[in-house]
Design a binder for this molecule. Structure first.
Ligand code: NAD
Ligand code: G6P
Ligand code: MN
Length: 441
């Protein structure tokens, strides 16, 4: 059985330890011979790496482990690069959230002007990862979680169209696990879904069990009552700010009763309420800095201090299982059906062929094949056309250093009321993003 070599890029991420635990748990069905970390923040990565080194030593001493900030050392001899960069870190995420709020607009990591700002920071570093990978391990795949995945995917489509890159998102599968548990199934793997949209902008049109029975009525009954909230502590996204997004599933079902909506549609369809209810001086970035980030790094310190991870709280989760499933499908030709972000090319029949969409794909040794989702209704088509135009203008704005195009990108975003407000937000974003953005003229 082939044993893979994995590079985690963004080794200092709060998600890294979960992926390492998952890789070790999956060793019967996806064996690894080597795990490496790469990051451009040496100190941050080292803290995570020292804890993961102990986890690997205790659970799978045969797996080689190393970490580095040197691209050649990192990218040589790898089969998969699992990327999770946060360009500009939480400090800039805080600005992405607070600047739009200051102007009365949704401030969010990946949606609205904040997502566009994050996109303009991320395109360059992701292209850099692809180039390192192709130089040192030309046969490897880049499996990319780095956000904003929609804009990053359009960037990779425009700038590296022939590269082995797959952009992915964990939100649909996390929601599917909630739906599955809500109707008494073990998890999402007992369901087969049809889904269409853009990243963080999509809808389920059908959910069946493997015998072909329609599960939508039961799931909708749950969502109509309590959105995507559930009465179990299992899974990711359980903090209060996330539960608010989960509850919005109920209103989203009223807006589109035929389908089940991704929670991220809340920021576009319920923008006014989102702004009204938000704590604009203490946003999600602040919550994470005081929460998940602190917890991860203090757990790393604890593991290192006691020189054992036997009782560690680090555990695998949906996020980790999805990227490992993808690597397994590519390695062993499992033909697993997975939601990926891909060039449309007719998968959604009445939508632009060059749009990056999120649809179910069959994954095997030679890559992936999107399934056809057919024609979509006018409401979704209209929303998606506006959003995809906003995303494309952001990428073109980055490529051309065009102030005009980035301004138009923000103006076109459904979260933004006018060109005037878009300009005010853009001018504030330019100030804080100077170290990361091209100069816009
Ligand atoms: P984090 O800040 O804890 O980790 C990101 C790491 O990336 C940091 O250690 C940072 O130093 C490193 N980094 C930043 N720029 C880099 C560069 N140019 N080169 C190398 N390393 C660089 O962030 P996090 O909260 O753990 O999230 C990591 C990423 O994963 C984010 O982009 C987040 O949005 C994304 N994410 C995506 C999904 C999805 O559904 N696609 C799900 C969860 C997280
Ligand atoms: C979901 C999305 C990711 C996003 C994450 C943010 O999992 O799919 O794309 O990065 O939520 O979670 P956070 O806890 O950082 O707000
Ligand atoms: Mn996502």
């Amino acid at each position: 059985m082939k044993k893979s070599s994995i590079l985690i890029a963004g080794g200092g991420s709060t998600y890294t330890a979960g992926i390492v635990v998952m890789l070790l748990e999956a060793k019967e069905t996806f064996p690894v011979r080597q795990i490496k970390f790469y990051d451009n923040d040496k100190e941050r990565q080292q803290k995570v790496a020292e804890a993961c080194e102990i986890i690997i030593r205790e659970r799978a001493p045969e797996v080689a482990f190393s970490y580095t900030t040197d691209p050649e050392e990192a990218f040589t001899d790898v089969d998969f690069v699992m990327a999770q960069l946060r360009v500009g870190k939480y400090a800039l995420r805080e600005q992405d959230e607070k600047i739009p709020f200051k102007h009365g607009v949704v401030g969010q990591e990946t949606c609205g002007p904040g997502g566009i700002a994050y996109g303009l920071r991320s395109i360059g570093p992701i292209i850099e990862l692809i180039d390192f990978m192709e130089r040192y391990s030309p046969d490897a795949w880049l499996l990319n979680y780095s956000n904003p995945a929609a804009i990053v995917a359009e960037g990779t489509r425009r700038l590296r169209p022939d590269s082995k890159v797959i952009n992915i998102c964990d939100m649909p599968i996390c929601l599917e696990d909630i739906m599955a548990r809500a109707i008494g199934l073990k998890n999402r793997k007992e369901m087969e879904v049809r889904y269409f949209g853009l990243n963080h902008f999509g809808w389920w049109t059908s959910i069946q069990d493997h015998a072909g029975n329609d599960l939508m009525p039961k799931i909708k009954a749950h969502v109509a009552k309590q959105g995507y909230t559930e009465n179990t502590p299992a899974g990711q996204h359980k903090e209060e700010s996330w539960l608010e997004a989960m509850r919005a599933g109920k209103e989203l079902l009223e807006i589109e009763p035929a389908f089940l909506s991704n929670t991220y549609l809340k920021y576009y369809l319920m923008a006014d309420e989102t702004v009204e209810h938000a704590n604009k001086s203490y946003t999600r970035a602040n919550e994470i800095i005081d929460g998940r980030e602190k917890e991860v790094f203090s757990e790393c310190e604890r593991v290192v201090q006691q020189n054992s991870a036997k009782d560690t709280t680090f555990h695998s989760n949906e996020h980790a299982s999805f990227i490992v499933d993808l690597a397994r499908a590519l390695t062993f030709n499992t033909k697993e059906r997975m939601l990926l972000i891909t060039e449309n090319n007719g998968s959604i029949e009445n939508f632009a062929s060059d749009a990056m969409v999120e649809v179910p794909c069959i994954v095997g040794k030679n890559g992936f094949e999107p399934l056809t989702m057919g024609k979509i209704p006018t409401f979704q088509k209209g929303m998606m056309e506006q959003q995809v135009a906003s995303e494309k203008l952001a990428v073109e704005g980055w490529m051309e250093g065009s102030y005009q195009k980035v301004w138009q990108s923000i103006t076109l975003n459904k979260t933004v009321p006018s060109a005037k407000v878009a300009k005010e937000i853009l001018d504030d974003l330019i100030e804080v993003n100077k170290p990361y953005w091209p100069e816009l003229k």
